[in-house]
Each structure stands twice: as C-alpha cells, then as structure tokens.
Write a protein that binds this ligand. Structure first.
Ligand code: ADP
Ligand code: ZN
Length: 640
C-alpha cells in the first residue's frame, strides 16, 4: 500500500513515544538494588553462617531464605575482585536458598547465635513473589503505554481504516486513499452527467496530465490547483475522479479534516507526507475534499488567539504548493461549499487560482443524471425520465442516485420483476422527507416567485448600459440567494458612478419584480439587498460620490477601530444619502420593469419551464442588447 514502501524518511511522532517507553523500562531494570540474588545451597548457607559471614536472614513463609553477607566477608565468599566491585558501588551481596523447614532454620540459627557465629537478625516475611514484585513496579508503565496506544488508535480511526491508519506509528502519515491507475473501475466523464461547464474547465487539466511536454515546451504554466465549488452531492469528488480516470493517472483522495488532529504538528507532517507520496507517483491528482476544514481564513486578530494547529497545517499546505514546480505534474483539486471563508492566500495565483463551479443540476441535467443512474436498473416501460426530472427540483446528483437506489429497493420489497414509475415516485417522496431538514424543496408558488425575481435581474441587466451582461440564469437554489445568475463582469480598474448605480439598479431588479408582479416581497432578496446597501454606503462614505458629501473618504484603515472618523451629524447624513440613493435606484428598477413587462413575463415563464435560461433566450425575447455586447470587444482585445 501507499505508506509501506516509504518508511525511510519523515519524522514520526510515534517513534518518539516508543523510545520514551523503552527508556522508562530500562531505567527500572538497570537502576537501584534490583540485581537478582545469587542462589546457593542450604549447606553453603549453613557454612556461611557458621563462619560468621552472614549479616541478616529473611525467612519467607514459602521456605525461601534470603541472606545478606557482611560487607567485610564478601571477599571471603566471592573473591576479592568481586568484593571490590561491590565495595565501590556500596552494594550488599544478597543470596537465596531453600530451607527444609522454617523450624529447623530457626533452631539452627538459635544455636549459631548462642555460639556467637550469627549476630544478625532473623526476620519472617510473607512470600513476596518475584513476579508480583515485577508487576507492581512495571504494571503502571505498561498500563500508561497501553492507554496511550488506545487513544492514538481512536484518534486515527482504528488500525484498519484504510492504508493510512497504521495505529500509533503512523500519526504523521498522510491518510490519503490512493486509487492506482488501471485498478478498480475507471471513472470517466461519461459517468458525470450534466456539469458541462465544469467538465470543459477541467478538460485542460486532463490534457496537461496526458501530455505535459506539449505545454511545458512552450514555456506555459500549468495551474497547480483548482477549486471545485458547490453544494454537497453535486459530483465534485466524482468529477475529480473522472479527471484522473480520463488522464489515466493515480488519484489521491482525502478530506480536509483528515489533516486536523489533536496533536500539534501532525497536520503539517501529514501534508508533507502526502506531497512526498504524490511526487513519487507524478503525474497524479490529489483531491482534498472539504478543504475549508484546514483552509479557513487564519485569525486576523492575534489577541483572540487562533487554532495554531490548523494554521500551521494550512501554512504547510501553502508552502508545499509553492514548493513544487509547475512542471512536477502534481495537480491538486479541492472541493468546498464555502469559498468565502477560505484563506485568501489559498486563492492566490499559483495555488487554487481557478474556481470551477459545480452546481445543483437543472431540469435537463437532472434528466442526464437519471440517465446515468437508471442504466443499471431493470425498468418497467412506464418509467418516464422527463417526469422524474420534473418531480425532483433542487435535488443534487447524490440525491438522484439515492432515489434510483431507493426505488429499486422498494420494487424488490414488493417482489416486482422491474422497477415501476410508482416505485420512483415513492422513493422521491421518501427522499424529500429526509431532505426537507437540510435543503428546502420548492413549492410551485415559491418557484414562481424565484422565476419572477431572477427574470427581474435578467431583464434589467439587459437594458442597463453598465450592468454586467447576462450569461445564464437558473432558479436552482444556491446558497442564501434564491436562484443564481451568471454575468460576465467587466474587468475594471476604476468604476464610475454611473456604472455603480446601474449595478445597484440591476441588483434591486429582483425585489422590484417580486413587488410588482407577485404583490408581496420576500426574504429571497436579502443577499441582493446586502450588496446594495454595502455598495451605497461605500459610494457615499468612501468614494465621495454623493451630492451632500462630495469628495470625502472616511475609510478607516484600522480593522478593529471602534471610533468613527466623523461626527454624529455626518453619520446621519451618510445614512440619509444611502437611503435616498437606494430608493432612487429601486424606483428606476420598477420603472424599467414595467416598461418591459411582457418580455419579463416571458422570460419568467421560460425559467419556470426550463429552470435555466441563457443570453440567447433574452436576445430572442428583447432583441439585441441596445449597447452592443461590450464583452465581445473585451474578448477581442484579449486576443489581440
Ligand atoms: P460531492 O463530492 O460533490 O459531495 P460526490 O461526487 O461524492 O459529491 O457525489 C456523490 C454521488 O452522487 C456520486 O458517487 C454519484 O453517484 C452521484 N452523483 C453526483 N453528481 C452526479 C452527476 N453529475 N452525475 C452522476 N452522478 C452523480
Ligand atoms: Zn436576487
């Protein structure tokens, strides 16, 4: 397995503890007066007593007799050389023998002391088993070590949980699962349904892994890492595996939380180990699931203290990513649902500088996912993929896989020969029951609201000169926002007031459409409003863009400064100006929407039917964008 052939390098914490344990045991055996007593015969014992060499006698109830030789007599018993040694170390010589009976011993010693040969004492003791003595002294150590081993195993998830979990001695090893090439099922893009854009983005990575020279010969730089961003179950792991499968390279898979342990230094050492292994297998792919477990932004305020272990793990990860050259052939794919909480350093150029969005599937994509997962099932002819896809809005790929499996189980339970439509519908109901807790399934009414809202954004962005041109809009829920819209943002170094106002207006288009066409407003616009509010305050307090407060910037460099650099009166003014600005743009949004209400309604209906619309749809409905498409110009310039 992956770890076993690499024992030579890498400092291992486990060994350190092993060595300490050995040292403790050694200390016990080689220190103190614990040398085993010399064994003699009973007649030798009598001889020594008679000659007056014996200092003290201990008689045990199991007839064992222990005696100590008088220091002066050691030479006579064992020879002068040995005696000197004992003298030097100030030790006494102890011996043992067996008495026939304790009475005869008592009698013998009595006569000897009467004759003046034995001046010492006779002490009776309970037999103290040699082994018991050993246990009493050593057992605590053994227990402590055993306890420690147990804890270590616990923490590394047992000794047989995958190749990395080798118990105590592999704490610092990476716990990545390795999928060698050519072993097991090879997953390819065919297994990933939908996600056309994501696949297209990773295509380049596959190309590079297959054929690195083509790129490096031209001096091109290959991305070291890409971040797959999206909710759980949307196929991020699957996509990463497919990249490895397409390129036919080994695939290391692990979760961000695998790095994090209670012990300081373990995470960093695991990162090091992982990269070392990966370099040996290059070209290859490392996939880190839930990278936010290590990649969360490092503490900004040192006084608050931070999670040092996580930070040092993150630092190590950054170092490793910088450390290997772009041409080493190791590509890191990481998955997360929360890019916003990731440390900015991770997203910098040369690290995870590209983000690939892997979103919940829309209607057509759900059909494709069903296609993949229905393949292995025996279906009755009444199963209609189209209907199934319609019945499962908001489901992720994993949920759909679950539906198919559940349907098969339900069919099997009632002894059917093939899975029928009703089985699927029951399965959908069951999964929705389970899902409701984590994701909200949309009602028809909600769906309409979202469609109107998103169509509102889309309509305004079409008609506002400076709003970012629309690429794609879906009503598949995404994070806190209701639907999601993709726009092609212009790269701008400076932004004019007009541009910012247009952006605000387009952002307010969602809420405005809700108010105009459903009659009520909803929480669905919260995300938009947050951005609008920030933008308004920014324009007024920082960019000096309001008429009543022209050309002032109250930007405060200190992150934790609690004092505002302006007066109460100015604060009031900023508030008023922001409110007025937002109100003005909101009115403008409503005016524009009413002006184009037919087009907006058509767009919304299309969204309800298809769950996704593209720029072409908007163009068909509204006609060519009045401002031409600046994005085309930009792309032209890029090529030039
Ligand atoms: P993530 O890593 O995004 O949480 P996974 O890749 O682990 O999701 O997906 C879990 C399972 O869901 C996959 O093994 C697969 O069976 C199914 N699945 C998810 N997305 C898709 C998809 N686009 N096409 C086919 N199956 C999918
Ligand atoms: Zn919105």
């Amino acid at each position: 397995m992956a770890n076993n052939n690499n024992k030579k390098t890498g400092f291992n914490l486990g060994w350190l503890y092993g060595i300490i344990a050995m040292a403790l045991l050694g200390l016990y055996f080689f220190s103190g007066n614990n040398e085993a007593p010399r064994r003699i015969t009973y007649s030798q014992f009598r001889e020594y007593v008679q000659k007056g060499w014996v200092e003290a006698v201990i008689a045990y109830d199991n007839r064992k007799v222990e005696l100590t030789i008088l220091p002066d007599s050691v030479g006579a018993v064992l020879g002068q050389a040995v005696a000197d040694e004992y003298q030097k170390e100030k030790r006494s010589v102890r011996m043992v023998t067996d008495a026939g009976s304790l009475e005869s011993l008592d009698e013998y010693l009595n006569t000897q002391s009467a004759e003046g040969n034995f001046k010492g004492e006779l002490i009776y003791k309970k037999a103290d088993h040699l082994f018991t003595g050993f246990l009493v002294n050593v057992l605590p150590f053994i227990l402590i070590i055993a306890f420690w081993v147990l804890i270590m195993r616990r923490m590394s998830g047992g000794s047989n949980s995958g190749p990395g979990g080798g118990g105590v001695f592999s704490v610092g090893k990476s716990r990545a699962q390795l999928f060698e090439k050519g072993k097991g099922d090879r997953i390819t893009f065919k297994d990933v349904a939908g996600q056309a854009e994501a696949k297209q983005e990773v295509e380049e990575i596959v190309e590079f892994l297959k054929n690195p020279q083509k790129y490096t010969e031209l001096g091109g730089k290959i991305p070291k890492g890409a971040l797959l961003v999206g909710p759980p179950g949307t196929g991020k792991t699957l996509l990463a595996k497919a990249v490895a499968g397409e390129a036919d390279v080994p695939f290391f898979s692990l979760s961000g939380s695998d790095f994090v342990e209670m012990f300081v230094g373990v995470g960093a050492s695991r990162v090091r180990d992982l990269f070392r292994q990966a370099k040996e297998k290059a070209p290859c792919i490392i996939f880190i699931d839930e990278i936010d477990a290590v990649g969360r932004a490092r503490g900004k305020n040192p006084a608050m203290g931070g999670n040092d272990e996580r930070e040092s793990t993150l630092n190590q990860l950054l170092t490793e990513m910088d450390g290997f050259g772009t041409n080493s052939g190791v590509i890191i794919l990481a998955a997360t649902n929360r890019v916003d909480i990731l440390d900015k350093a991770l997203l910098r150029a040369g690290r995870f500088d590209r983000q690939i969005h892997v979103d919940l599937p829309d209607l057509n994509e759900r059909k494709e996912v069903f296609g993949v997962h229905l393949r292995p099932l025996k279906l009755s002819p009444d199963v209609d993929v189209d209907l199934l896809a319609r019945q499962t809005p908001g489901f992720s790929g994993a949920d759909i896989a679950n539906v198919c499996n559940e349907a098969a189980l339900i069919a099997a339970r009632s002894g059917k020969k093939a899975v029928e439509k009703q089985d699927f519908l029951s399965a959908v109901d069951r999964i929705i029951g389970g899902l409701e807790k984590k994701t909200k399934i949309l009602t028809q009414e909600e769906k309409r609201t979202i469609a109107l809202h998103e169509a509102g954004h889309a309509t305004l962005s079409w008609f506002l000169e400076w709003a970012d041109p629309l690429i794609k809009v879906t009503i598949v829920p995404r994070g806190r926002a209701l639907g999601a819209a993709w726009y092609l943002p212009e790269e701008r170094q400076i932004t004019t007031r007009e541009q910012m106002l247009d952006e605000m207006c387009a952002l307010l288009g969602g809420r405005a459409a809700e108010e105009l066409f459903t009659g009520h407003i909803s929480t669905g616009a919260m995300n938009d409003l947050e951005r609008v509010t920030k933008q308004a305050y920014g324009m007024i307090a920082y960019a000096g863009m309001s008429e009543k407060l022209p050309n002032v910037c109250y930007y405060n460099q200190e992150e934790y400064g609690f004092t505002k650099p302006y007066s109460e009166a100015t604060a009031q003014l900023i508030d008023n100006e922001s409110k007025a600005m937002i109100a003005e743009q909101y009115e403008r949004a409503k005016r524009l929407l009413l002006e184009h209400r037919e087009g907006h309604a058509e767009l919304a209906q299309l969204l309800m039917d298809r769950e996704v619309i593209f720029a072409e749809d908007a163009e068909r409905i509204f006609g060519k964008r009045p401002w031409g498409s600046r994005s085309d110009e930009i792309l032209e310039n890029d090529k030039a």
